[in-house]
Design a protein around this ligand. Structure first.
Ligand SMILES: [Zn+2]
Length: 354
């Protein structure tokens, strides 16, 4: 039994210890530093030449890009232009003329006239024009399924039969079709204290889809019907086909649709926080995974990707845009050479050589 005097002095001691701590620290001001002492490998150049299959370079100067690429072993970068019409074609020409062997281009799907009766044939003509300008792919962004509306005012469905000729045309042209469908799981949940990407969504509330009438899984399944309906078309699922939080589902997609590959862009945060499962994924599908970043080209950014793929370093910061994806760190997965070579470049080369 403590004497009243003892309790009193313990209280005093506790007060002394906590007196200097700010218990009302705001989340945005909380930046804990890990005290772990673990090996750090700064991989300056990748073990094999790299092709960045997923980036957006419209606003960057070719000379500056090449300086960065040379400094960190990026042999080739694929610009997914975010412009449509003549501006999109001009964006392709600009990079190809600057350095044809260092840049390729993926065109952006133009929905501006989706309500027009000739929309499908116009789109097929646009694919022809992209190929004339040496495009190596066409990208369907997340607006397809989430925001694009038809003449009836309803959301356009990804698996709408009317669009089938577009995917057949892509097969004819041997033009790979990239899909960025839906978004991270957390973006479909309310922006509240349980959301693992709260800070990012609080900074960009317009990125959230918790109030849209369609579920994420429904969007992915609409997209799967396209993969099944067009077996001769080559598809690339951007951002791990939207399944970075559920690698079992990604295994299912890759097992079911042999015409599907995926890029890892903007998904090291997901892969690196489940390093055992991530490594298993790469070892099981070494021919189906493409290196891509989807982040503003910077030397340090590329080196973090290499650290993740080439080392067993533990608990380090993932490459990210400024607002981060979530409050966690990642572990490296030290891929074997034969897998690394394919992921870094060989798999992309097959898609670039139409
Ligand atoms: Zn992107």
């Amino acid at each position: 039994m403590k004497s009243p005097d003892q309790s009193k002095s313990e209280d005093k001691f506790v007060n002394m210890v906590t007196a200097t701590a700010d218990v009302d620290l705001r989340l945005s001001d909380f930046h804990p530093r890990s005290q772990l002492k673990t090996p750090v490998h700064d991989i300056k150049k990748p073990r094999f030449p790299v092709i960045d299959y997923h980036n957006h370079l419209d606003s960057m100067e070719p000379d500056e890009l090449l300086r960065i690429m040379d400094a960190c072993g990026v042999e080739h970068a694929v610009n997914i232009t975010m412009q449509t019409g003549q501006a999109g074609l001009d964006a392709m020409d600009r990079l190809h003329h600057a350095a044809r062997d260092r840049f390729s281009s993926i065109g952006w799907m133009d929905w501006s006239d989706v309500t027009h009766k000739d929309f499908v044939s116009r789109t097929c003509d646009r694919l022809d024009a992209m190929v004339e300008h040496e495009a190596c792919g066409i990208k369907f962004w997340k607006d397809f399924g989430l925001t694009v509306r038809g003449a009836d005012g309803e959301l356009v469905r990804i698996d709408d039969e009317r669009f089938a000729p577009i995917f057949e045309k892509a097969a004819q042209l041997r033009l790979p079709v990239m899909f960025h469908t839906a978004d991270p799981d957390a973006f479909f949940d309310p922006i509240d204290a349980e959301n693992e990407r709260y800070e990012e969504l609080a900074a960009h509330p317009d990125w959230g889809f918790s109030t849209v009438p369609v579920k994420k899984r429904d969007l992915l399944e609409q997209r799967s019907r396209i993969f099944a309906r067009h077996p001769a078309t080559t598809f690339v699922g951007a951002h791990l086909a939207g399944s970075g939080e559920d690698l079992r589902y990604l295994h299912h997609l890759l097992d079911t649709y042999p015409n599907l590959s995926v890029d890892i862009s903007a998904r090291t945060p997901e892969l690196g926080r489940q390093p055992y499962s991530a490594r298993e994924l790469f070892l099981k599908y070494p021919d189906r995974i493409l290196f891509g970043t989807d982040l503003l080209p910077e030397i340090s950014m590329y080196r973090l990707y290499y650290r993740f793929l080439e080392t067993y370093d533990e608990y380090f910061e993932y490459p990210s845009h400024a607002s981060r994806q979530g409050r966690w760190n990642i572990c490296g997965i030290s891929l074997p050479d034969d897998v690394l070579r394919k992921v870094y470049g060989d798999n992309a080369l097959k898609l670039l050589r139409r």
